[in-house]
Unconditional design. Structure first.
Length: 317
């Protein structure tokens, strides 16, 4: 551990304790008392007002809280913040070099006894779970830095058609279902596309600038307007209704009848046909597509491809 990080940890510790001994710090951070005195001298030189009391019952006292003023939270607020940190544990890659375990531990240690007891109990019954992905996202930090600097990027992106080059202006990144996503303006045609950050195989920062008129929050809250609109009409069984209500992009379009069955009658973009064909093919008889014809053809193609893999078996004699 670097000296700078150790100093920060001790600064946080003494700011919470207010009154402490060198031995307490030594025991907490597994360092010698002599090293503690040296660190406290460094903190004093940095401006932390520490008063030393000599004698058998002596120790140190932080005279002022001007360096790190306490923030007063209710018990519910403190527990909520702790679990917000806990929710990040399921992500293999994070866009900043922070040890979430260390952050959570510091927050936990600052809680009052009753709040700690509540956290200990709740951890057995509540979790902000995301699927634990084995997929790595090595360029996440580089992408985030480019976004902060409003830089354009030339990326090598892996898709169904192989690895292709894209010239983009990222809007931001967000996490969903254990993966990181990046909406970005494709500069070749001024369309906003959604990219998986783990599928970015290489990036090169462009010196050109292109100011976007939308930030990530606006993009997330904006109702999507298809550029190539086409009608989607699907008849749903009760199971089809249940399944489609679990799909974020279809949920609002599902109309349910009193008997549990229903239908979808909405407008989608033609670029979404391939994605939706896989979904409705999976739903089988529970989602009967009536329009568009192009989507029906794609579902039939999925069926033919599957039959080619699984031809009718020849019965043994």
């Amino acid at each position: 551990m670097t000296k700078a990080k150790r100093l920060i940890d001790i600064l946080l510790f003494v700011s919470v304790k207010k009154k402490f001994t060198a031995q307490e710090i030594a025991d907490t951070f597994h360092i010698s008392v002599r090293t503690v005195h040296r660190y406290l001298l460094d903190l004093s030189d940095m401006g932390l007002p520490i008063y030393a009391e000599q004698g058998r019952h002596g120790g140190y006292t932080v005279l002022s809280n001007a360096i790190l003023p306490p923030i007063l939270f209710t018990e519910e607020e403190a527990v909520a913040i702790f679990f917000a940190f806990q929710s990040l544990h399921y992500y293999r890659d994070l866009p900043f070099n922070t040890e979430m375990k260390s952050v959570s531990q510091k927050l936990y240690e600052s809680l009052q006894k009753e709040a700690k007891k509540k956290v200990d109990t709740l951890q057995s019954y509540i979790a902000f779970w995301n699927p634990k992905r084995a997929i790595t996202t090595p360029l996440l930090t580089d992408v985030l830095e480019a976004i902060i600097n409003q830089s354009q990027l030339h990326i090598q992106y892996e898709s169904k058609s192989g690895i292709t080059s894209k010239h983009i202006q990222p809007i931001g990144v967000y996490a969903h279902d254990g993966l990181w996503y990046m909406p970005a303006l494709l500069l070749s045609n001024e369309r906003i596309l959604l990219f998986r950050v783990d599928r970015i195989k290489g990036i090169k920062i462009s010196e050109a600038t292109h100011k976007t008129t939308m930030n990530l929050q606006q993009w997330l809250e904006t109702d999507y307007e298809p550029q190539l609109p086409i009608r989607l009409y699907v008849e749903l069984s009760s199971e089809g209704v249940r399944q489609c209500l679990s799909e974020p992009h279809l949920e609002k379009a599902v109309v349910r009848h009193s008997d549990g069955t229903g239908y979808i009658d909405t407008i989608i973009d033609q670029h979404e046909l391939h994605f939706n064909s896989s979904l409705f093919f999976r739903l089988g008889q529970h989602a009967i597509v009536k329009e568009p014809y192009a989507l029906i053809q794609l579902i039939r193609q999925h069926a033919y491809e599957l039959l080619a893999i699984y031809p009718e078996p020849i019965e043994p004699l």
